[in-house]
Design a protein around this ligand. Structure first.
Ligand SMILES: [Fe+2]
Ligand SMILES: [Fe+2]
Length: 134
């Protein structure tokens, strides 16, 4: 599977957010590699846990930024973060049940990596604009 990487087009203009997005995408790539190489279930579960913890920290950072900037679309944005955490639970359950291989890699791509990239592009960049132009 193609390596997922942060690119300039995904810049939000908020340094801490961009920094965390880069790390998050690296963690997505780690998980992707673990699944593709066929690593042990325990290692895949630990990669998922890393991603989940990092996502929670990152979403907390964005929440603080939204609050400080009195962002009018805060509520909807936070709802999307919650949706992502719920979707991660599905991925985690599948991994715990021993699901692996191509189908699982496709699920990770859909529920985690692609979702996150689209979220940066459509939702986080909007927040970045608000923070920079208010
Ligand atoms: Fe973000
Ligand atoms: Fe976000």
């Amino acid at each position: 599977m193609e390596k997922v990487k942060w690119e300039k087009a995904l810049a939000t203009g908020v340094e801490i957010m961009d920094k965390q997005h880069k790390i998050f995408l690296e963690l997505c790539d780690n998980l992707d590699q673990s699944v593709n190489i066929g690593r042990e279930k325990s290692e895949i579960l630990s990669d998922i846990k890393c991603l989940e913890d990092y996502a929670k920290d990152h979403f907390a950072t964005e929440k603080k930024i939204m609050e400080a900037a009195k962002y009018p679309e805060k509520h909807g944005h936070i709802k999307l973060h919650k949706y992502f955490i719920d979707e991660m639970k599905i991925v985690k359950e599948k991994a715990a049940a021993g699901v692996t291989g191509e189908k699982f890699a496709a699920l990770i791509k859909e529920k985690i990596t692609d979702w996150f990239v689209i979220h940066i592009d459509k939702t986080d960049r909007k927040l970045g604009k608000h923070v920079n132009y208010k």
